[in-house]
Design a protein around this ligand. Structure first.
Ligand code: ZN
Length: 215
């Protein structure tokens, strides 16, 4: 084991990410520093409060670099370079959601590849997580609009049943500050929960529309 150790800020710099990003990945709980890790993983609990005391070793740094490759969809981007044409320009957007939705993303792009193969262009430009659901943005041939919009709807619906961290079955967790679709194991990431709405609102956009209708 290497004797070199680093605090949160120094470790984040070596990995090439913001300290807050490293803190988030630790709080997810799947890739933990090898030394001195508290077992509780809630925002109210030990991991969050003790992050400044965390010690990262050189092997930890390498493990978190690999984890960032996974979170940056490195394998997906190589495999789907013909379908994924990254957004460009000063305010360009990326793939801004958790790695648990990689399978949904691949399935969507398989569909788009089929259209490209028959000469109907469809390119994925970017995507984001909003209120716990996956929203994808594409450039496509007008003639296939309804098919692309349908495929986007399928991806949206599947994301609301899939943990955005690990791809296990999940549901929307309605937090006081954030809504995320997570499995039981990762539900702590949305804490503290809004106990009035958590478990009742499972699609924020649909719920908001229904609220407007009853006004
Ligand atoms: Zn999960």
């Amino acid at each position: 084991m290497s004797d070199d150790t680093y605090g949160l800020r120094a470790a984040a710099e070596l990995i090439g990410i913001m300290p807050s990003t490293l803190a988030y990945i630790v709080s997810v709980g799947d890739v933990l520093p090898e030394r001195g890790v508290p077992t509780s993983t809630t925002y109210e609990g030990t991991v969050w409060n003790d992050l400044k005391k965390f010690v990262f070793t050189s092997p930890d740094i390498e493990r978190y670099k690999l984890e960032m490759d996974r979170r940056n969809f490195v394998d997906f981007k190589a495999e789907y370079a013909d379908v994924y044409t990254p957004d460009e320009g000063p305010n360009s957007r990326g793939l801004e959601f958790g790695p648990g939705w990689t399978g949904i993303l691949g399935e969507f792009c398989d569909h788009m590849r089929d259209y490209n193969d028959i000469g109907r262009s469809c390119k994925l430009r970017w995507g984001k997580e909003k209120f716990g659901a996956l929203k994808l943005f594409c450039d496509y041939d007008d003639s296939i609009q309804r098919y692309v919009e349908h495929a986007k709807g399928v991806a949206y619906g599947r994301s609301l049943g899939t943990c955005q961290e690990c791809a296990a079955p999940g549901r929307l967790r309605y937090g006081d500050m954030i809504c995320l679709t997570l499995c039981d194991r990762h539900a702590h990431l949305a804490e503290p929960l809004d106990l009035e709405r958590d478990g009742k609102v499972l699609d924020v956009s649909a719920w908001t529309r229904s609220q407007r209708r009853t006004e």
